[in-house]
Each structure stands twice: as structure tokens, then as C-alpha cells.
Design a protein around this ligand. Sequence first.
Ligand code: ZN
Length: 111
Amino acid sequence: MAKGKTKIIKKKDNVLIICGEDKGKKGKIIEIFPKKDRVLIEGINLLKKHMKPTQKSPQGGIIRQEGPIHISNIRLVCNKCNKPTITKQGMTKEGKKVRVCKKCGEIIDKV
Ligand SMILES: [Zn+2]
């Protein structure tokens, strides 16, 4: 299996969109699709989805739902310096592997 880039991203990470219609917006990762290298981000890349009429809403309707974004279109945002960043691997005192912000050195994973 190829190494997925999604490894550097985790659920609840704050990310910046660097490409497309939502360029410049920030959001939180709500779902990751490692095999496709795609993620869902809260409030980003909203797609209209037509709903069939149901008992609840006999008219049917249109809901807006997040669509997957390719991982190359986002950058992880550091919680401390609030800038898009690259992470390096670090280690806590307890020996746990964590992601560390290359810019400010803050541990991005909540331990
Ligand atoms: Zn930082």
C-alpha cells in the first residue's frame, strides 16, 4: 500500500483551503478518506444535494452537504501561530509520536 498523505491530517484539524472556490477559508476536518487522499471539511465545498421526498419532508428538497477536497488543496493550520504550516515529527516526554509545527515548534496533536 502506498503511503497516504492523509497521514499528516487528522480529524478535527484546522486547515486552510489553498485552491478553488473556497480558497482562503479555514475549516475543521470532519472526515478523512485515506484511500482517495481526500477529506471533508466543515462548511467547505458545499454541494447541493437533492433529496427525494420523504414522510418527514414530502416536498423533498435541496440540502447542502460538504464535498470531499483533495489533500493537496489544503494546508494544516497551527493552533498556536495560526498560520498554515508544515509539521515535523516530534516526541513527547512520554515517548509518544506527535506532529510539531515547523514554524513555532508547538505540538499540534493534543496529548
Ligand atoms: Zn505554529
